[in-house]
Design a protein around this ligand. Structure first.
Ligand SMILES: NC(=O)c1ccc[n+]([C@@H]2O[C@H](COP(=O)([O-])OP(=O)(O)OC[C@H]3O[C@@H](n4cnc5c(N)ncnc54)[C@H](OP(=O)(O)O)[C@@H]3O)[C@@H](O)[C@H]2O)c1
Length: 226
């Protein structure tokens, strides 16, 4: 399925009720997209969607539904669940996500004694694992380095780069465009999906920096003019 050229897309968020999903839902809705927050519980999704919409003002479109419904009518899907939830969550959605662009925001990180540890992933990265579980989807990796707290503070303009990787050139280009539509974000193409591993690992480093400096860090790539 090709995305429509109009700038307004219907976006479904699998696990959109957590901090990362909520923050992306708000920022993307403010950018003008119609967002459906997905959850294992339709009621929970509806409650959270109503809270998010109220916080953003009347002009935005944020609704809630169970995960399957959230993605069924979407032009583009974003997966914002923990890495451990992938094997149970994605295969049942594979049919509706066939040919769809699916963005993985996932960093395969576990906390041990309060410290982030990157889990080994046989396929190379969480995004490649999403591609393995959704072999007929157009998987793109993005947003792992964008902190949920920074997204949630709507008074704070983001000031960050987003690295976007995919084996599907057109899907990567569209997600770069989508991310650039969020105020304060500069999206850069990071090549093939295998690059996601380095971005996912960088997330663990950012979490450590956040702990040391009591910050909500992000990344900036220097020397690239765009
Ligand atoms: N938090 C951040 O700052 C941040 C930054 C960059 C990237 N990320 C990545 O974004 C993803 C989401 O982060 P988060 O902090 O929002 O995570 P989270 O709060 O742990 O989980 C997000 C949502 O996923 C659903 N979920 C939880 N466990 C699940 C499971 N086993 N199976 C299926 N669904 C499950 C829950 O929704 P329901 O109970 O409503 O179904 C939950 O609200 C993670 O993969 C993380 O690595 C996070």
């Amino acid at each position: 399925m090709s995305l429509p050229e109009p700038e307004i897309w219907r976006i479904g968020l699998v696990g959109g009720t957590g901090p990362e999903g909520r923050g992306l839902a708000q920022r993307l809705a403010i950018a003008g997209h119609a967002v459906v927050v997905g959850s294992r519980s339709a009621n929970r999704a509806k409650e959270i969607a109503a809270e998010l919409a109220a916080a953003c003002g009347d002009q935005v479109s944020i609704t809630g539904a169970d995960n399957a419904t959230a993605v069924s009518d979407a032009d583009l899907t974003i997966v914002t669940i923990p890495y451990s939830g992938l094997p149970d969550t994605l295969p049942p959605l594979a049919d509706s996500l066939r040919s769809h662009i699916v963005i993985s925001t996932i960093a395969p990180i576990e906390f041990r004694e309060g410290r982030p540890v990157v889990l080994p992933v046989e396929t190379g990265s969480a995004a490649q694992e999403v591609a393995r579980l959704l072999p007929e989807s157009r998987v793109v990796s993005a947003f792992q380095t964008v902190d949920a707290h920074a997204l949630a503070d709507l008074d704070h303009e983001l000031d960050t780069d987003v690295l976007v990787s995919s084996d599907d050139t057109e899907a990567r280009r569209l997600v770069v465009r989508l991310a650039n539509g969020i105020a304060g974000v500069r999206a850069l193409s990071a090549g093939r999906l295998a690059s996601s591993r380095y971005v996912e690992e960088c997330t663990a480093l950012l979490i450590t920096l956040n702990r040391i400096y009591k910050a909500h860090s992000g990344i900036r790539i220097t020397g690239v003019d765009r």
